[in-house]
Design a protein around this ligand. Structure first.
Ligand SMILES: *Cc1c(COP(=O)(O)O)cnc(C)c1O
Length: 352
């Protein structure tokens, strides 16, 4: 830390991304990326001439991309905000809507970035414990008198709330914003997008990083009442009006239009997830029922940390968290069926 850093940030604890080691070629099951390349239509959208156009600024209104997202979700273009990864939508939410008056709460075990954003803005947040089975207790969030952020399905547990529970939470907090972070919703949970038409305090956030194979392009979006979208736009025009680069605009537009390819890959991931769950259970693991592209699992025969290390030594990366409440678990991203067969074979070798 330099002596110049504002004291306001001196105790900020930044986000730690999953490791991306370059020392050898790993089977990468640690950052919930898709094992499949982006849609061929997205790849074809990046032509030489589009690349030459990078000399020009991108469309600050992101009109074509917003329209494609609006069409896909059957909402109006005024209800769509697009961001540089969904992390940016989340960042703008904390920046725009949370303060001393309007505090924020989220599950104690959830996406690690929520605490980081709260810290960045000096917010006094509340982390609400999960139940002993790692599920979220919906009644903990009813009439809470605070802004609320819930990842649904939650990470790293993979567990999802029903749409009825989400609606009850949104309905009981009309004076506060409820953010539903649906980074993993495409892998089997119910989306709350339809509810944004009924409730003006609901902000649904999604990403192209997981189910649409565009993690490296950095593209996410929010769907909400048009007044909330206008507030997000105000922040965007006050930080980075060209927040989505020209190539990513094209990639996103093509990817969201290629429903067939999307469904094919999603189904492959779900199939490989079901295989992985059932094989791990056969090996005596406790596996939380996942609605995502990862599984959260622990074994009584080996500690979470040891399994993580042994797998890494054998060229397979999974995500281990040091937090005491979850350190016996590993979060295993679902790769291709072939990768998951190698993973299971390797786990068998390790636990003997
Ligand atoms: C991956 C993830 C995100 C962020 O993804 P971006 O790459 O920034 O779009 C947001 N929320 C959760 C719960 C995630 O797992």
């Amino acid at each position: 830390m330099s002596k110049y850093l504002s004291p306001r940030l001196s105790s900020l604890k930044e986000y730690t991304p999953g490791e991306q080691p370059r020392d050898k070629k790993y089977i990468k099951l640690n950052t919930n990326e898709s094992p499949y390349p982006p849609s061929p239509k997205a790849i074809a959208a990046i032509t030489r001439s589009q690349t030459e156009d990078l000399r020009l600024y991108s469309d600050p209104e992101c009109k074509n991309l917003k329209q494609a997202i609006a069409d896909y979700y059957n909402v109006s273009i005024q209800n769509v905000f697009v961001s540089n990864g969904s992390d940016e939508s989340l960042n703008f939410f904390f920046m725009a809507f949370c303060d001393e008056e309007r505090k924020v709460c989220f599950p104690e075990i959830s996406y690690g970035f929520y605490k980081v954003f709260a810290g960045l803005y000096g917010l006094d947040y509340e982390a609400i414990p999960l139940k002993s089975d790692f599920s979220i207790e919906p009644s903990d969030y009813m009439n809470r008198g605070k802004n609320i952020v819930i990842a649904n399905p939650n990470a790293p547990t993979g567990l999802a709330l029903s749409i009825n529970d989400i609606e009850a939470i949104v309905k009981s907090n009309p004076d506060y914003i409820v953010v539903i972070d649906e980074a993993y919703v495409d892998f089997g949970a119910e989306s709350a997008v339809e509810l944004t038409k009924k409730y003006n305090n609901l902000m649904v956030v999604q990403t192209f990083s997981k189910s649409r194979s565009l993690a490296g392009a950095r593209l996410g979006f929010a769907i909400a009442d048009s007044e909330i979208i206008k507030d997000l736009e105000k922040i965007k025009y006050s930080t980075n009006p060209y927040n989505i680069n020209r190539l990513t605009l094209l990639l996103g537009e093509a990817a969201i239009s290629d429903t067939e390819y999307f469904e094919l890959n999603r189904d492959s991931v779900i199939k490989a997830r079901e295989y992985t769950e059932s094989e791990l259970i056969k090996l005596g693991f406790t596996v939380l029922p996942s609605k995502t592209n990862f599984v959260f699992a622990k074994s009584d025969d080996i500690s979470g940390e040891k399994l993580y290390k042994e797998l890494k030594d054998r060229g397979i990366l999974v995500r281990h968290f040091n937090d005491k409440k979850i350190c016996e678990y590993n979060r295993i991203t679902i790769g291709t069926m072939e990768e998951m067969k190698t993973f299971i074979k390797t786990v068998k070798e390790i636990i003997g």
